[in-house]
Design a binder for this molecule. Structure first.
Ligand SMILES: C[S@@+](CC[C@H](N)C(=O)[O-])C[C@H]1O[C@@H](n2cnc3c(N)ncnc32)[C@H](O)[C@@H]1O
Length: 223
């Protein structure tokens, strides 16, 4: 599915979020408090937007991992155009079997990817395995706004308008119907916080962004 939607993925991100997706990614990277020396692992990197943002905001090196070859090829074009091929490596691999050694990276990011990983618990444990003790985690994932009125409006947009625009632009019948379904099936913020704690993280926080349309989960790898 991700290979099929890859050619229109970036355009649809910008249009369907009215450009706010860039701010969400920048916020996630800012939470890592990078100093210029860190190796960042971006899991479910897709077309490498987070990897590029991490380099702009202070990562020494970035490793991006994704299992969709077509997404990675587009990401690689962007990395090369930005002159970052010496600093950003994109690797094809699975989030539940990351191609990195134990405790080998300073920070881990996952933007809009963790809900797609079939075994969420195994994926979270794998993120903890890759991180050095004390290393920072930043996960962006969709939520549902709680504000009455906005909640109903957003649900109409997310369930009806977004899948229609997504289908017309991408030409893919089900990918943008899968999006609201997968968000509905993902644990609630308190449940996901609990899962992260059980997976080896400490200082776990869930911060609502843009009225809770998106949550930024931050944590540290427990010592
Ligand atoms: C919605 S996209 C997000 C891409 C990117 N992080 C961003 O912010 O735009 C989700 C990505 O997760 C990848 N993905 C889903 N499950 C995966 C898994 N088990 N292992 C590796 N990548 C996975 C997909 O191929 C896709 O590129």
């Amino acid at each position: 599915m991700f290979d099929a939607i890859a050619p229109h993925y970036d355009l649809l991100n910008r249009v369907l979020s009215a450009g706010i997706d860039r701010r969400w990614r920048a916020r996630a990277i800012a939470s890592l408090e990078l100093t210029g020396h860190e190796v960042v692992l971006d899991v479910c990197t897709g077309t490498a937007d987070v990897a590029l943002q991490a380099r702009r905001d202070g990562a020494a090196r970035v490793i991006g991992v994704d299992f969709a070859g077509a997404m990675l090829r587009l990401g690689l074009d962007k990395v090369c155009s930005a002159g970052q091929s010496g600093r950003i490596a994109l690797i094809r691999g699975d989030a539940t079997n990351l191609p990195v050694h134990d405790a080998s990276v300073d920070a881990v990011t996952v933007a809009f990817g963790i809900r797609n990983v079939e075994r969420t618990d195994a994926g979270c444990r794998e993120l903890a395995r890759a991180l050095k003790p004390g290393g920072r985690l930043a996960i962006l994932e969709f939520g549902v706004p709680t504000l009455p009125g906005l909640r109903q409006l957003y649900q109409w947009y997310f369930r009806y308008l977004l899948p229609t625009v997504g289908r017309l632009v991408s030409g893919h019948g089900s990918a943008y119907t899968y999006l609201p379904q997968s968000v509905g099936a993902f644990p609630s913020p308190p449940d996901f916080v609990t899962l992260l704690r059980q997976s080896g993280f400490t200082d776990v926080r869930a911060v609502p962004l843009t009225f809770g349309i998106v949550y930024l989960y931050t944590a540290r790898r427990a010592p």
